[in-house]
Design a protein around this ligand. Structure first.
Ligand code: 6R9
Length: 661
């Protein structure tokens, strides 16, 4: 845990408390700490009663459930709202056509070029979703089939997800920044029938071809019979006869109707699969189902962002990650809100782009990641002062621990020292936010995600399994099931059990370290497994290692995270080349390109060091804490290294590191 120790110390010295604003409390979903406490108490004493009420209030059901919860932590198996029937796209679209929101903006899309703006009312989005749902049907996609989606942040991405939900097909979104190799393994794992992609991604003023990646991936994906391509860049692409067609041709075909009956789904039918990194090489296909997931996404969106009908809400995540699934699409649209979707990056054409968008659409609720804040901090407060940010009322953060310095910058420069900041802790697996302040109820402490949301029972356990004392670091655990929890790892029940339900009895194990202070506030320290968090993106060290050793000249590799001022963590790799291979700078450059190709640009090592040997225990386990310290230039106190097979490798690595710097 050495890498997290530094974080704890810096967070331990943090003692500031900020009271929630007074203005807005009366109209808020939960308007005081007392009210939160009362709701929380009730939710823990009578979870089934509580969740039944929430599910009834938030979701329109075709048929009510027979049981609220059936849970078995040992198997593990969980069913929420069993016997209930509903459709997620109906809940996100159709019902709003009748409840007065028909002409309200559902999605405001801001393309990367300033002039590229599209607004979809609920009616317009409904039509587009129905048309694409009909296209999928025409391609033979049926309930239960998988559709892989590899698209940039363009409206078709949202439309494709909702279209899958409408006909009961499972979507599996693959972030467009991933490589063809990563895409291929994800398509193969879920055996998708259709791939939806685009000609290109527009990013920082450049048109980056995307279709060639899809072609490479599909060269070994027999299950994919159709590839539907959205025209975004207008660049030249090659289309494979009989397999590839253009989105715009498909949706405008004469035989495609503008309405499509939503499929009535069982609450426990799968809505989507989303791949995320774990501690072994292969990414896990996290499975979420319909009834519980939607209830939970809406529940958290309503409480944490206090979303109201008049609000313009903007979550800056990419829909390629879970944050985009739950908080650009399903949560806000379920509630009938207006959700902004942005194609570009925070720093192009300048570091004021986000604030320009806030002013342009008069955004009220803004949800971003610490890495973005740290990147923007570099340019000082100038860019934040150029625009009118007075429409903002709530600020959010997600993806990694927010260091107090970034928190304060956000508070002062964007929140103008009066807006609440909700630091939301959750994961792909949890489906939605688990620990977070409520904007008009919870006093905030910079760097703490604060208190669990209603219905969420979290604790800190020691290694042995008992509850840790206040301020003692340990394992964060969840002790009660919640409707948004993952229901499996696609096609791998053994991994589902081992990864999440095997460390302690009757708990869900998120693999995060944390402590709880005297006020019951949670301070998240970071991952306890071999996952690095680069700019809020989860990368398995094992994945990067396996990419490195797949290079013909590399014998062994070990990857660790190292502290990085903007990204939070950066990727540091130690590599041992095959005997006789020259340890040249060219090979290092080649390895970087190789990792980009195997996984994607986000996984590219920031530094690679040649290692004559790796510090391994006698049982062959790499002692990563030693490597983490070397990567961080901390050459003291390696702890117990007596189990190392060859302790002298440590000195070699230190000398190698010193020579690098
Ligand atoms: C939503 C998302 C999950 C991991 C999680 C934790 C880290 C996320 C955090 C946070 C501290 C926060 N994490 N939010 N750590 N404070 N507010 O990011 O999902 O990509 O699955 O990552 O991210 O380590 O375990 P995912």
């Amino acid at each position: 845990m050495s890498s997290t120790d530094d974080k704890i110390t810096s967070l331990l010295s943090e003692g500031r408390v900020f009271e929630p604003p007074v203005e807005g409390r009366e109209a808020a979903a939960i308007g005081s700490l007392e009210e939160y406490k009362a709701i929380y108490k009730r939710s823990i004493e009578d979870p089934e009663g509580y969740w039944a009420e929430r599910a009834e209030e938030l979701v329109t059901w075709d048929k009510k459930w027979d049981t609220v919860l059936e849970a078995d932590f040992d198997k593990p198996e969980f069913s929420w709202f069993k016997g209930g029937k509903m459709n997620v796209s109906y809940n996100c679209l159709d019902r709003h056509l009748e409840n007065g929101r028909r002409n309200k903006a559902a999605i405001i899309w801001q393309g990367e070029p300033e002039e590229d703006v599209k607004v979809y009312t609920y009616q317009m989005l409904h039509t587009e979703v129905c048309r694409f749902a009909n296209v999928l049907k025409k391609k033979g996609v049926k309930k239960g089939d998988r559709v892989s989606i590899y698209l940039p942040m363009i409206p078709e991405l949202s439309i494709a997800l909702l279209a899958c939900a409408r006909i009961g097909a499972m979507h599996s979104v693959v972030f467009a920044g991933f490589s063809s190799v990563a895409l291929q393994s994800r398509i193969q794992d879920c055996e998708a029938k259709v791939l939806v992609t685009a000609d290109a991604v527009i990013r920082a003023g450049k048109t980056i071809p995307l279709k060639p990646n899809a072609d490479e991936a599909l060269s070994e994906c027999d299950t994919v019979k159709n590839c539907i391509v959205v025209k975004r860049g207008g660049n030249e692409v090659s289309m494979t006869e009989g397999r590839d067609t253009w989105w715009h041709d498909e949706v405008t075909a004469d035989d495609i109707a503008s309405t499509c009956e939503p499929e009535s789904m069982d609450a426990e039918d799968i809505l989507f699969i989303l791949y995320t990194s774990g501690s072994t090489g292969k990414p896990k296909g996290v499975v979420h189902t319909t009834g519980g997931y939607l209830t939970y996404a809406m529940h958290t969106c309503q409480y944490v962002f206090d979303l109201k009908d008049n609000d313009v809400y903007w979550c800056t995540a990419d829909i390629g990650w879970v944050t985009g699934h739950s908080y650009i699409l399903y949560g806000p649209l379920g509630l009938g809100a207006t959700s902004v979707m942005f194609e570009g990056v925070p720093t192009y054409p300048g570091p004021d782009r986000f604030w320009k968008i806030v002013e342009k659409f008069q955004v009220n609720i803004f949800y971003t990641a610490p890495t973005v804040i740290r990147a923007l901090m570099r340019d000082g407060d100038g860019p934040t002062q150029r625009y009118d940010l007075s429409s903002l009322r709530i600020l959010g953060s997600v993806g990694e621990p927010i260091n107090p310095e970034a928190w304060m910058w956000y508070h002062v420069n964007i929140g103008k020292e009066k807006l609440p900041i909700v630091d939301t802790w959750w994961q792909t697996e949890t489906g939605g936010i688990m620990i977070s302040p409520l904007p008009y109820a919870t006093p905030t402490k910079p760097g703490s995600a604060s208190l669990p949301l209603p219905g969420i029972d979290v604790a800190i356990y020691t290694e042995e399994g008992g509850e840790a004392s206040p301020n003692e670091g340990g394992h964060l655990v969840v002790r009660k099931p919640w409707p948004g929890m993952l229901r499996g790892v696609f096609g791998d029940p053994a991994r589902y059990k081992k990864a999440y339900f095997s460390r302690y009895k009757d708990t869900y194990d998120p693999e995060d370290g944390a402590r709880k202070d005297d006020d019951g506030y949670f301070w998240i320290m970071g991952r306890l497994d071999d996952v690095v968090n680069v700019s809020g993106h989860r990368l398995g060290t094992a994945e990067i290692e396996s990419a490195l050793v797949s290079h013909p000249q590399i014998a062994e590799a070990a990857v660790v995270g190292m502290p990085h001022p903007i990204k939070g963590q950066a990727v540091y790799a130690f590599v041992t080349p095959n005997t006789g291979v020259e340890q040249s700078p060219e090979l290092l450059a080649e390895l970087r390109t190789h990792v980009r190709k195997e996984i994607g640009p986000i996984a590219t090592p920031d530094a690679i060091q040649y290692a004559p040997g790796l510090p391994k225990t006698r049982s062959g386990k790499i002692m990563r804490r030693v490597l983490r310290k070397i990567a961080a230039n901390d050459f003291k106190d390696f702890g117990d290294t007596s189990t190392l097979a060859d302790p002298s490798v440590v000195d070699d690595l230190i000398n190698g590191k010193k020579a690098l710097d």
